[in-house]
Design a protein around this ligand. Structure first.
Ligand code: MN
Length: 433
């Protein structure tokens, strides 16, 4: 007997992958976990007859010879199916796109790649075997793809994901159905929790980013807290929002985070707390901990998380070629020529007076002005940046002030200079995969 299953808190990508498995492996029994996400539940309440899904109670564990696990690679995500962990002779296949580092399933075969959605990987096999996909299946598959890629906007989205979206649309995927069901359920309880959080919302700066960490008490099981944190982040208008939800009855803490900045990877922060997720969203569950010390821990992790990412000091030029404010324009021209650069800082006794660039030569009205000192023509906006800021911040400052370079200043000393081309080179060549 062959069984396919997926992770608890089943989302659209997981359900899509489960249905795809039933197409790829003829005769396989697809087992849906008990705990599915509310929007998937709503989708299934209408479409259940369209898919052949079994429950765990329908399964004779003794007869299972092969287990196909989709959209996860951890036993702990498999509900009761995890009891197959030590079954002798069991063949396990995995289809997954999550971080492989914390996988604990010893698979005999696996397809693992970092695509935006798992269904994208499974589509390869469906295409290869020329399996027909019905419009309803295509709708579900596209839902998985959209949900896991944030409608193709998450950084993990690959070109193959986008091609897959095109393919599902060709097979008749229905976008209005998706619009209805991809909206996560947001009801009274979620609204009450959000209101409670907003009453004591605070913001703080961590490594230049605005962060809001909120401790909220909840009673019983509450669905869709991630949607609450998502809305909270938007309303409080911060780069990073973290909700610590404490169960009144048993003290369990659910931590849910959202980040909209590249420099803060919520998934890796949650992994250090025993949870998981993507760069933009993640969660963790901790038992019997003091929420206040949890908050401190998260702040520490947020601080540390930034240090590992690329900073201005890593891509700036140094030492800095500069000129004094009494240098003549003709001398400046010669230095620019010699150094092959388009601009220079003007520095007297270690302090920044201005920036002279090729552009400023347009201000010269007559040739005799070439003998005038640079201070008459330089730009004196003197926008600078600290060495520990991000390349993205440097790029934003340059666009905002319409300048091509920023002196990098630490303790009133110029320690380097970052130009628009340094920033461009970073974004186009050196971006980590
Ligand atoms: Mn997925």
């Amino acid at each position: 007997m062959q069984i396919a299953t997926t992770h608890k808190s089943t989302d659209f990508d997981a359900l899509a992958s489960l249905v795809a498995a039933s197409l790829i492996y003829p005769g396989i029994v697809a087992v849906l976990p008990k705990a599915v996400n509310p929007n998937v539940k709503a989708f299934l309440s209408i479409h259940k007859d369209m898919f052949e899904l079994a429950g765990i109670e329908d399964i004779d564990f003794g007869k299972i010879e092969r287990l196909v696990v989709v959209d996860t690679n951890k036993w702990s995500r498999l509900e009761k199916m995890a009891r197959l962990k030590d079954k002798a002779g069991l063949e396990v296949f995995i289809w997954d796109h999550h971080d492989e580092a914390d996988s604990d399933i010893n698979a005999s075969w696996k397809c693992w790649e970092k695509t935006g959605a798992n269904i994208t990987l499974m589509l390869r096999s469906l295409k290869e075997s020329r399996t027909r996909i019905s419009p309803i299946q295509a709708t579900l598959f596209l839902g998985g793809l959209y949900e896991d890629t944030g409608n193709m906007t998450f950084p993990s989205t690959s070109a193959e994901d986008a091609h897959a979206a095109g393919y599902f649309l060709e097979q008749g995927a229905d976008l209005s159905i998706l619009r209805t069901f991809l909206q996560p359920a947001y009801g009274e309880r979620q609204k009450d929790i959000l209101f409670e959080m907003l009453k004591n919302a605070t913001r703080r700066k961590i490594n230049y980013y605005t962060v809001s960490i909120n401790i909220a008490r909840i009673e019983g099981h509450v669905n869709n807290l991630s949607q609450v944190v998502h809305m909270y982040r938007e309303i409080v208008n911060v780069d990073v929002a973290v909700g610590i939800f404490v169960h009144r009855e048993n003290g369990k803490c659910i931590i849910i985070g959202r980040s909209i900045v590249n420099d803060i990877n919520i998934g890796s922060i949650m992994r250090s707390m025993g949870g998981g997720g993507h760069p933009g969203a993640g969660s963790a569950l901790l038992k019997s901990v003091n929420p206040l010390s949890l908050k401190e821990w998260i702040i520490e992790l947020l601080r540390g998380n930034q240090e590992s990412s690329v900073q201005v000091k890593d891509i700036m030029s140094s030492p800095v070629t500069y000129v004094a404010s009494d240098t003549t324009m003709s001398e400046i021209s010669a230095v620019l020529e010699e150094k092959g650069c388009t601009g220079l800082p003007v520095i007297d006794n270690g302090s920044l007076k201005g920036i002279i660039s090729r552009r400023d030569f347009k201000k010269l009205k007559k040739p005799s002005q070439l003998n005038s000192p640079v201070k008459a023509f330089m730009s004196t906006k003197n926008i600078t940046i600290a060495p520990d800021r991000s390349p993205m911040h440097a790029a934003r400052l340059m666009v905002k002030h319409d300048i091509g370079r920023l002196p990098v200043v630490e303790n009133d000393q110029i320690v380097g200079i970052i130009s628009r081309s340094d920033a461009m080179r970073y974004f186009y060549d050196a971006l980590p995969d």
